[in-house]
Design a protein around this ligand. Sequence first.
Ligand SMILES: [Zn+2]
Length: 75
Amino acid sequence: MICPFCGKEMEKGILSGDGRCAVRWKSGDKKANFTDTLVDSGRVTAAKHTIAYFTIEAYYCSVCKKMIFDTEVTS
Ligand SMILES: [Zn+2]
């Protein structure tokens, strides 16, 4: 995906969290595991609290410090 702010290629990755530790983002198709939590994934500062385990596929632009993900809001 191309970043709509700067026009550079964004990095695909997975947002994940389980309510016990910080929300993480890891590039590629796999969520951050425990080891990645220590060394290979980044903390997402926008996420202040988590209630339960989740993952979100998200694209990250390291230049603009922005993420994009697809979602619908359902009731
Ligand atoms: Zn950008």
